[in-house]
Design a protein around this ligand. Sequence first.
Ligand SMILES: Nc1ncnc2c1ncn2[C@@H]1O[C@H](COP(=O)(O)OP(=O)(O)O)[C@@H](O)[C@H]1O
Ligand SMILES: [Mg+2]
Length: 259
Amino acid sequence: MDSELTELITPHTGRITDVSPVAEGSDYSTTAVVTGQQGRVFLKAVPDRPGGVLAEVEREGQINPHLNGLAPPLLWQARRAGWFALGFEVIEGRAADFDPGSPDLPRVVQALDQIAALPVPEVARSWVETRWDRALPGETVKVVRGNHLTHADLHPRNILIDRNDRVWVVDWAWPTVASALVAPTCLAVQLVSSGHDAAEVEKLLAASTLWGQLDLDALAVFARADAMMNRHYAKIRPTQEWRKALADAAQRWADHWTA
Ligand SMILES: Nc1ncnc2c1ncn2[C@@H]1O[C@H](COP(=O)(O)OP(=O)(O)O)[C@@H](O)[C@H]1O
Ligand SMILES: [Mg+2]
């Protein structure tokens, strides 16, 4: 690990004896389980430089105390010598299994209800979701506006199941305030991408409390906008194969609501 980063976090961890990088982490941040004299922490660190990822990790630190135990608790944050770092409690767990027939699915759907039930804290009030705006012309943009704190990256590795079978939602790097449609749509697309038919996904999601509160016409409009955005990202980042798979899944989900 970078020596300045080591120096920055050592006052929190104690003398470091092991750093195990997390293979699932993105390329933009340093993620690792760090063992020090004070125990183990999950570290997420980024260069302290204005631009996309710093703002994401800053938000992750700000939202953590408001997630009602859905995310691992943030133990400390540190900023100096060109780094911004967060230290979280380590979850001993595994990624959720999104495959058809997986016993994890009902719990993943429950997590959706837990996300939907989170109040919007003061700190998040200005974090209006705008990432879909350009795919929602004119009046249609109202389908994404709302008053729900949301997580838009609900892929299997961001939902951990620990040894006691507790479900944790990690990676709150870009929480926003949006309509209740955003989280279920993002989860639906991930489920389709994991091999479910859109109709099966509808059935799974219909078991949530949230589902009954959704406006299905708005859901169809948002599904089409989401397919458009996914297609756009797949096109501008053609080397990232997973984006193409996600774009196909988003299209299948949108088609299900248009048929
Ligand atoms: N508190 C934690 N304890 C253990 N593992 C974690 C913890 N938080 C995240 N992870 C694991 O590390 C991976 C990367 O962390 P994440 O917050 O998703 O960062 P990234 O922004 O790099 O995707 C997650 O997919 C998950 O497998
Ligand atoms: Mg992640």
